[in-house]
Design a protein around this ligand. Structure first.
Ligand SMILES: Nc1ncnc2c1ncn2[C@@H]1O[C@H](COP(=O)(O)OP(=O)(O)O)[C@@H](O)[C@H]1O
Ligand SMILES: [Mg+2]
Length: 340
């Protein structure tokens, strides 16, 4: 049912027209004035109708706009969710990439002792072959035998030492790799764990003649997430190599662990590289912030570090240092990670 908003006005105009006809007959001197009034009223009535139609149209447009706005909001929300998913994937692949670097580093480290052991073993095999030939020919003298004994003693000692070194490397690597992949909680000796993590980074550090010093209380054990810690250190070292040290710079990295109280661990990581300009310090932990876009920078390294510190480690991280005097990261976390 349509409702005429101007019903009363239209009827009043009808009545006024009838009245106008009577006035024209009964009081013609008033007729012109009355007609003027009637016209004014009719104009005002038309104007009102026009305004009402206009406002209806505006309300309609507003409703459409609101719908459009809601649609765009939903689109933006979906896009944001997709972006967050993509970011998660990138963070995971950054972690995998550094795990790959770890594997490559350890493989490289193991190469040396295994290579030495192999060449010692083949040297020993040669010497043994010669001894055997001499024995078969009946020409084995005391000197030959003594020389062989000396060779065998030296080479077996070298083989043993290098196999032990390789086994050690494999063990520490196994632990670090498992910790990285499993993210499981356990108790561990902090000093030894830092050293084990650094083993995998040695080849790269040696390449530029960089040196790392670790100063950590020897008896300090941490109950928490060693995989997270190893990932954090790896990312920090890779950044020192990538951003801190120039090609000619023989860098120094100092890792210093202190305990302001028995339940708190403070790990200070400092390099003596280029440092981080103060104006970008507030942004370095942001995802995708990098000063090396297009040159291998993803901007996720420190974001991952930050997430691991505030996540599993339940701690905090600050960035400091001064341009030209190196970068400094200070990580503070409870010795025993809270929670079950
Ligand atoms: N040790 C460092 N020395 C100088 N600058 C650094 C250091 N570590 C990080 N930065 C700066 O912080 C930025 C963000 O680091 P990161 O999140 O690891 O991303 P990416 O290494 O992919 O650039 C780097 O692009 C660099 O500008
Ligand atoms: Mg990085």
């Amino acid at each position: 049912m349509s409702f005429n908003l101007f019903d009363a006005e239209e009827k009043a105009i009808e009545r006024a027209k009838a009245l106008g006809e009577r006035i024209a007959l009964d009081a013609p001197e008033c007729s012109a004035g009355f007609n003027e009034l009637l016209e004014a009223f009719t104009r005002s009535y038309r104007e009102q109708r026009r305004l009402v139609r206009f406002s209806d149209r505006l309300q309609g447009q507003l409703a459409t706009l609101n719908q459009e706005l809601e649609r765009r909001r939903q689109e933006a929300e979906t896009a944001l969710a997709r972006l967050q998913e993509a970011q998660e994937v990138l963070v995971q692949s950054e972690k995998l990439a550094s795990l790959g670097a770890l594997v490559a580093g350890v493989a490289h480290e193991i190469n040396t002792p295994v290579g030495i052991a192999v060449s010692c073993a083949s040297h020993l095999a040669d010497a043994t072959g010669k001894l055997k030939a001499l024995t078969e020919q009946g020409g084995l003298g005391r000197n030959d035998f003594n020389r062989y004994l000396a060779t065998a003693t030296d080479t077996t000692a070298l083989i043993l030492a290098n196999c032990e070194r390789a086994a050690q490397l494999i063990n520490s690597f196994k632990q670090v790799a498992v910790d990285r992949a499993s993210a499981e909680r356990r108790g561990f000796a902090l000093n030894a764990y830092i050293q084990e993590t650094l083993v995998s980074l040695q080849p790269r550090l040696r390449q530029g003649n960089h040196a790392v010093s670790v100063d950590c209380p020897p008896g300090l054990t941490v109950d928490g997430f060693p995989g997270a810690l190893s990932q954090i250190l790896t990312n920090l070292v890779m950044n020192s190599l990538q951003h801190g040290f120039g090609p000619e710079h023989e860098g120094r990295i100092a890792i210093t662990v202190t305990q302001p109280d028995p339940d708190t661990v403070v790990l200070a990581y400092a390099d003596d590289g280029r440092g981080i300009p103060a104006e970008i310090m507030p942004k370095v932990f942001d995802p995708f912030f990098t000063t090396r876009r297009g040159e291998g920078g993803s901007g996720l390294g420190l974001h991952v570090v930050h997430n691991l510190v505030v996540g599993p480690l339940k701690g905090g991280i600050t960035v400091g240092g001064a341009p030209g005097r190196g970068a400094l990261f200070t990580i503070t976390f409870p010795r025993v990670a809270p929670g079950a």
